[in-house]
Design a protein around this ligand. Structure first.
Ligand code: PRP
Ligand code: URA
Length: 208
């Protein structure tokens, strides 16, 4: 069974509270989601594998360390895009793949409409990012797409999740660890998280 890690860092908690406020405007919402993405990446990368590398300092030769696996960030469009820049700031050598999925408003079933991914997924460390883990349908579908293309080492990073989404992801993909900034109490009858953030894609891109 995968592990579920809630990153209860004070700075993350402070920033999540800021984006929960309905008065937070699009600019601040977008900037803060990106910042939280970066803070989460710092915490999550603690166990990233390293390899030895020989470097020449101004003084002598030295055996240092470098990341041994290519990191690939895969945002689920649209809202996952909001977390990419913050993670790239910390891990600038990352590649970025995109998977487009939206929820059918009636059934809440995920509908895939786009996938453009780097090659060699089988050797990479893949971070699937989406701020919202609600029913878990979108995240699970995105991970299925990645596995069909050979991905093996996958982690899911979200801002706000609920038990329903966590259970779905653990049941469909028991090998994928789940990292969240916080866990909320309620998934309402419309498939929205409460207290949540509202519609994260719309708030990021100002579409409502
Ligand atoms: C939102 C969110 C997730 C999904 C989560 O996307 O960004 O992808 O819902 O819900 P789930 O866990 O029940 O699948 P949405 O379908 O609103 O698309 P958008 O990001 O393009 O607005
Ligand atoms: N998608 C969102 O954007 N918000 C929710 O609360 C649930 C799914």
């Amino acid at each position: 069974m995968s592990k579920v890690v809630i990153l209860d860092h004070p700075l993350i908690a402070h920033k999540v509270t800021h984006i929960r406020k309905k008065t937070t405007n699009t600019k601040e919402f977008r900037e803060t989601v990106s910042e939280i993405g970066g803070l989460m990446a710092f915490e999550i990368s603690r166990d990233f594998p390293l390899q030895d590398v020989n470097v020449e300092t101004p003084m002598c030769m030295h055996v240092g360390k470098e990341l041994s696996k290519q990191v690939i960030i895969v945002p689920i469009l649209r809202a996952g895009l909001g977390m990419v820049e913050g993670i790239l700031n910390l891990i600038p050598t990352s590649k970025v793949g995109h998977i487009g999925i939206y929820r059918d408003e009636e059934t809440l079933e995920p509908k895939e409409y786009f996938a453009k991914l780097p090659t060699n997924l089988d050797e990479a460390l893949i971070l699937v990012v989406d701020p919202m883990l609600a029913t878990g349908g979108s995240a699970s579908a995105a991970i299925t797409v990645l596995k069909k293309r050979g991905a093996k080492d996958i982690r899911f990073i979200g801002l706000v999740g609920v038990d329903e989404g966590i259970k779905k992801l653990q049941s469909d993909h028991p090998d994928v660890d789940i990292y969240l900034a916080c866990k909320d109490a309620v998934l309402n009858e419309h498939g929205y998280i409460e207290p949540g953030l509202g519609d994260c894609g719309d708030r990021l891109f100002g579409t409502k």
